[in-house]
Write a protein that binds this ligand. Sequence first.
Ligand code: GLA
Length: 378
Amino acid sequence: MIVNRPPMGWNSWNTFGENINENMIKEMADAMVDGGYLDAGYEYLVIDDCWSELHRDEKGRLVPSKEKFPNGMKAVADYVHSRGLKFGMYSCVGFLTCAGYPGSFDHEFQDAKTFAEWGVDFLKYDFCYRAITVKQKMLYRRMGLALEGCGRDILFSACSWGRDDTEKWIQSTGASMWRKTGDITDRWGTFHYLADKVMENTTSCSRGCFGDLDMLTVGMKGKGNVGQGGMTFNEYKMHFTLWAQMNSPLMIGCDLREPDEETRKILLNKDVIAINQDPLTAMPYNLEYYGGWNPEGVKIYVKHLSGGDLAIGIYNFSQEEAPCIVALDLVGLPPSTGKTLRIKELWTGTEKTVTNGVLRTPVGAHDCKIYRCKVIDI
Ligand code: GLA
């Protein structure tokens, strides 16, 4: 299935882990719609690992947990669809899923058919317990083929953690997104580690097969399955902004049933979402040459947007406020072009025109600024 924008939605893993059930999922569907998340673009509701019985049935089919999903998965999918959302599920290339439930190895075509019958629109496909005799890419090819032929449009979300040079072969399996890294947890150390990893290589956030930086921890505040102390408002803001600018799928991981204004402010920032969903889907570049002006720990990324706009993101990973500088000649606007930028910071709404060819701004510790910029005459 071809997607033209990074997919957006909600996934059960970060907060709920194995504690999932039909009622909670229905409540989450309601919260996604009633809370304005669907309108903002979050359309997939995805049930992650731990949804099945520990054994297949006598015909080899996957069986939803009778305790967690007593009415089966079709009933859940029907409810999710009735709210205008799309429904996602999870399986794994191996004999078992990462949490030890049946995986799809050697059942790929049967499982794809089952998912299609249940009304599944999205499949996250994990990387645990794989057969060492079969190359990893073959395992994704098998499921890619099975999904393409199953009679239903199912978005293929590969979760191979960037292993085995995933970026070199994943697009040819029909996947629309692929996990670039290991698992996120809800704390600054993990976010910083993942950010460093993804910032090393922005070339593979490509169109049609988006580099997935893992589900968001925004709003978890240390609670739930991967909650590990949580992060501050500014740190969550930075996490969301970086994921958005890097063209990552935006999959929410917190409990949306608990209204929380700070979290809503981040997840529903339409201007930042628009950077992520921009139709040009250009990859961001790292402003590598800082002229020695920007302190260590400050990273600056620039992304071309449709209509000739730019998104400039300044991320301060250091422990102190940093005076930051973006020289416009580095983004293609030396004085000889007769152009400058009209900029709007998307968290504060502050607007101004850049003068003398240099954008200067302080950025707080563990904070960021993201500008939508219009090229204008000087
Ligand atoms: C792996 C994945 C996670 C999650 C768990 C479920 O660790 O990377 O995103 O799906 O498995 O067990």
